[in-house]
Design a protein around this ligand. Sequence first.
Ligand code: NAP
Length: 290
Amino acid sequence: LCRRLAQTADVVGVSRHAPSRDLAGRHVICDLLDPRRTRDVVHEIQPALVIHAQAMSDVDRCEREPKEAQAYNVQATKHLVDALPRSGDHCWLFSVSTDYVFDGTKGRSYVEDDVSNPISVYGRTKLEGERVALDYARSIILRPSTLYGPDRMNYCNHVADQLQAGQGVEAFVDQTTSPTYTEDVAEAIADLSDVIVPHETRGADTPRIMHLSNTGACTRLAFAHRIADLLGQPRELIRPIRMAEQQRSAPRPAYSALAGTALARTIGRTMRPWEEALQTYLGVRHPSMR
Ligand SMILES: NC(=O)c1ccc[n+]([C@@H]2O[C@H](COP(=O)([O-])OP(=O)(O)OC[C@H]3O[C@@H](n4cnc5c(N)ncnc54)[C@H](OP(=O)(O)O)[C@@H]3O)[C@@H](O)[C@H]2O)c1
């Protein structure tokens, strides 16, 4: 986000640790669990837009440590919302949520109007965080699904690394999501900020909730197969398993792929299909593939 947004805006990254490598724009250390520090930082920066992407997103850890999950996914959001200006300077809030607010029983992609019904501590605390963010009038909830991209370990990078090393990897046959490339999320958020931030107040057609995923849906197994095909590695290294075969603390929705109309209505385009985004990412990560 910092890299992409710094191309057109004055960007300040906020987190508890200094970035491990140079990011575009400035960086400020702030723990959102500290309400006073959060307020001071917001007052100092006077942002026109806050993109709230902080969370405790380790789904199993949330299940084991529900108090921490509540603090990181709800209280931190509250501290941020309380620090935003209510009058005078206008400021927008884009608050990042998740497909795990759904229970996964619909059997088709969820749209923005669908009723949420989380089945894990992570999903429940993220939904509560959404409600806190929605208390702020100039807020929009952005929900991506299964993120992958550079700079951070994720399922895509894990599968690619294992396959490149000739090692086996497990993939769920019974979990379907919309894998989403972080660079595409950053691009969509940049377009969104161009459209939304110039307005002082929300219009009648400004969405409150927006799904922000690459289009389409696939099982983890289909995703892993596509990675293998693109890298020229044998599919045989991928072992299909069911979610119940892995000892995990938290349940996952069986089908939490996302669709919706809010993004296209607002910026005039959807995000590209997941297969195309994956091909682009692996081409960048493994240039020999091209
Ligand atoms: N990962 C996925 O597949 C996925 C899927 C759907 C939605 N999401 C949502 O997308 C967002 C980003 O998720 P992620 O998985 O990319 O998270 P992540 O890698 O854990 O990144 C979280 C960021 O928040 C910062 N942070 C954590 N606690 C903080 C605190 N108390 N105060 C200030 N900064 C803090 C972290 O930096 P420091 O450690 O330096 O503070 C880090 O930069 C979350 O809202 C998540 O719920 C993720």
